[in-house]
Write a protein that binds this ligand. Structure first.
Ligand code: CA
Length: 362
């Protein structure tokens, strides 16, 4: 009898040990399997702000995962063209992409709400809508049919209206003007009589200098100075009514995303969130000095758009947003969420930030 008990005990002991070994092996493989991913961008390689955001995400992910995940970042044109990022990640030829969602208005018109909308959210407001106001869930829902998983990946803050060789004194001066301006801002510009074009970053300076376009918007002083627009245009107009707080996007192929262990997904989301804020801080810290340089060293003529021109752009922008929503149920769904949040946040900001900034500046 004694031996029989010992035998049964032995069987239990061996089988519980082997269960533990299987479990340990599984845990080991979760942490030992390495991932080498490729990230394509719509920006020139290592471009300040926009192009460095994905580099920083890649660096953080590698450090936080202790080297388990390595992401190689490619500039526009290195593996796919600037405007080929969406398709490359959607098809799975590349696992990740970094760009601005309004570049995809021809594929997903509703995507534009997740970059910049004329007279829409500021940076703080779009972050609040996306992370705390239901925006992220809707964004993931509209990208799902394209097998994409999006998240915020940077923010430029409020942009400038842009570079012109002609003074803008009235709406008549917009008529026939060929300007690089993407997204809903471009639609507004068109209805006001202008001719909007979409060009990738790398082609802007030459297009402006050679007269292919009459004007261009880009980002703000920090980025615009590096492209040398001050050598190709005389007037620098503000405010950037068309892009009040543009968010950048990090997109991930959904199958690739789902193949990752949970801890690497958390690391990527956390790195992207940190860089989303860090990029905004970089623009806030660098724009002021760059603006002084543009004015003091290069003699750029800084101009404010006339009030009546801004007012007209605002009226047109609201018409276009309402019309687009009425014509497309997906746009309507995003727009209603955007609009409700905008109304609430604007009401409070009117008596908090806006009132304070007005008091500070007077
Ligand atoms: Ca812009």
């Amino acid at each position: 009898m004694k031996y029989k008990y010992l035998f049964i005990f032995g069987i239990f002991f061996i089988s519980s040990c082997s269960n533990e070994i299987v479990q340990n092996n599984e845990e080991d493989s979760i942490y030992s399997q390495t991932y080498n991913w490729r990230l394509v961008t719509a920006w020139p390689k290592n471009y300040p702000g926009l192009g460095m955001a994905p580099e920083k995400i890649a660096q953080l992910v590698e450090e936080m995962s202790n080297g388990q995940m390595k992401i190689t970042v490619y500039g526009a044109g290195e593996q796919v063209p600037a405007f080929g990022v969406f398709d490359a990640v959607s098809s799975g030829s590349h696992q990740m992409g970094h760009s601005g969602s309004y570049f995809w208005k021809g594929k997903v018109p509703a995507a534009q709400f997740f970059s910049g909308v004329p007279f829409g959210f500021t940076s703080d407001e779009i972050n609040a809508w996306v992370y705390r106001g239901g925006g992220l869930e809707i964004w993931r829902e509209i990208y799902e049919p394209f097998n994409l998983y999006p998240m915020p990946g940077g923010n430029t803050g409020t942009q400038m209206f842009g570079w012109f060789n002609k003074e803008i004194n009235s709406l008549d001066d917009i008529k026939g003007l060929k300007m690089r301006i993407p997204g809903v801002g471009g639609e507004v510009f068109k209805r006001a009589g202008g001719i909007p074009v979409t060009l990738p970053a790398g082609e802007l300076f030459t297009a402006l200098q050679t007269g292919v376009i009459d004007a261009t918007e880009w980002v703000g002083p920090y980025n615009d100075l590096t492209f040398g627009f001050q050598q190709a245009a005389k007037y620098y107009y503000y405010p950037g009514w068309h892009e009040p707080g543009s968010m950048l996007e990090l997109i991930i192929n959904k199958d690739a995303w789902e193949s990752l262990p949970k801890h690497l997904q958390v690391i990527i989301e956390t790195a992207a969130k940190a860089v989303n804020q860090d990029t905004l801080d970089e623009y806030t810290a660098r724009n002021n000095r760059a603006l002084r340089e543009l004015i003091d060293i290069y003699g750029v003529d800084l101009r404010k758009l006339p009030e009546d021109v801004i007012e007209e752009f605002k009226i047109i922008a609201n018409q276009i947003l309402e019309e687009n929503a009425a014509n497309d149920p997906t746009i309507n769904k995003v727009y209603q969420s955007y609009k409700d949040f905008h109304e609430e946040v604007s009401a409070y900001h009117a008596i908090s930030e806006d009132a304070f900034i007005e008091a500070r500046n007077n």
